[in-house]
Design a protein around this ligand. Structure first.
Ligand code: F3S
Length: 424
């Protein structure tokens, strides 16, 4: 790997042992990938806090939070002092909502330990956004900006919708990037891998959030980790639609980048999306594909009595909370059903001030932050059947918790919450 003089100095310890460990990690990682150089990044999203009983015990036995950071973030068995981050860095979601630990099945001792690690992370200069959607609470990369982000639903949004550049990174590589402002120059940082290879011809209009979730789920299942371009009647998708579309495509497949012709920034035309090369394959998406995808997503749904309605995967926008509050106003959540909405802390604050939290709580629902049911493995006690408006959550929760799941519109989900039954 070719290193600049500045990078060599970091590697050799001029900026302290933690930066040297971080640079060593990035060099090993980059060489394993076949990268020839590192690229400068000033925008990193990763997971830094310690929030598990295992990490708490590790900290107690091996030298506190710096030992946790050294081992789990920098792959360093030697404990090194952790300096402030150099890159603008944001914290992603956690394994629980620390404001509601009892619902998450988390003890006070773990919350106390988490609070200490949160204080350390804040001192390091990492922004505690605590969401899978940093792009809706203040971290919006610009076109062409090199980033180092974790979280598949965020990565696909950053590459495709914003035209910024990132691979799906991990805890260690993002932590190293926070300290060095570097990440391997590979994959979606380069021009060529961003070009489409697979084409999708829409034969039906794709309009609603549900439509976009279904299309994403179908497309991801087909293209896996290749780059698709989509053309046809797709209206003008807003943030929630693109958020659900990307999350679905990166769940049924490993899609990290897509193009919507005439909509996303690197696809002003079909030809440009493909780099003026012919597509390797083009498939049509019509009524049959949509119906088959709906059946596949709902394959685990058998019982129509719904125990838990989960909204907010990826984390709800304020627009979606507003919509849910409007659908719920004057109604009551059924006594056998729970309704939990998940959103970033900053959006919850806005919902509080706008009165939406009051409306949702008056109806018997809850707004939770920082995590989600899939991440926390937390659902209301006794949950056997869930309903969601997110193809991603329906993809994961049955596999993680063995529950049955129904997928449908937000309105159908709110109806299920209020009647206790799935009518979708
Ligand atoms: Fe976010 Fe959890 Fe979905 S982290 S994308 S709400 S699975």
């Amino acid at each position: 790997m070719k290193l600049t003089d500045v990078e060599k100095a970091m590697r050799d310890g001029d900026d302290g042992p933690a930066v040297a460990r971080a640079m060593d990690l990035l060099i090993r990682y980059g060489e394993a990938l076949g990268a020839e150089a590192l690229v400068e990044t000033r925008n990193v999203c990763g997971t830094v806090t310690a929030s598990t009983p295992f990490m708490r015990d590790f900290a107690m036995n091996y030298g506190g939070l710096e030992a946790v950071y050294s081992e789990f973030n920098l792959d360093s068995a030697e404990v090194v002092p952790i300096p402030k981050v150099r890159a603008f860095s944001s914290h992603l979601q956690l394994g629980f909502d620390p404001h509601n630990p009892a619902d998450m099945g988390v003890g006070e001792d773990v919350v106390k330990f988490y609070r200490r690690s949160e204080a350390m992370v804040a001192k390091m200069g990492v922004q505690m956004m605590n969401t899978c959607t940093p792009y809706q609470v203040g971290n919006v990369p610009t076109r062409g900006e090199h980033c180092a982000w974790m979280e598949s639903s965020a990565v696909i949004y950053v590459n495709s919708v914003l035209g910024a550049r990132t691979n799906t990174e991990g805890r260690e590589s993002t932590s190293a990037a926070m300290l060095t402002c570097r990440i391997p120059d590979w994959g979606y940082h380069r021009d060529e891998p961003r070009l489409a290879t697979q084409g999708v011809d829409l034969q039906i209009p794709v309009e609603s959030v549900e439509d976009w979730g279904l299309l994403g789920y179908w497309m991801g299942d087909w293209v896996q980790d290749r780059v698709p371009a989509v053309r046809g009647a797709m209206g003008r998708p807003n943030l929630p639609r693109l958020k659900h579309f990307g999350a679905a495509a990166s769940s049924s497949g490993g899609v990290e980048m897509y193009h919507l012709v005439g909509i996303t920034p690197e696809a002003p035309s079909w030809e440009v999306a493909f780099g003026n090369r012919p597509p390797q394959e083009v498939r049509a998406y019509g009524a049959r594909e949509r119906a088959e995808t709906m059946d596949r997503i709902n394959a685990t749904g058998v019982d129509r009595a719904v125990d838990y309605v989960m909204l907010g995967c990826p984390h709800y926008t304020i627009e979606q909370i507003w919509e849910a509050a409007n659908l719920l106003e004057g109604r009551h959540v059924h006594s056998n059903t729970a309704l939990w909405l998940w959103t970033p802390r900053a959006i919850k604050d806005l919902a509080d001030r706008n009165g939406y939290t009051n409306i949702i709580e008056a109806a018997g629902g809850r707004i939770l932050t920082d995590s989600c049911s899939a991440m926390s493995r937390a659902v209301p006690p006794g949950t056997k059947v869930i309903a969601c408006d997110s193809a991603k959550q329906v993809h994961y929760l049955p596999a993680i918790l063995g529950v049955q799941a129904w997928f449908g519109t937000t309105s159908q989900c709110i109806d299920a919450a209020c009647t206790g039954r799935w009518h979708g």
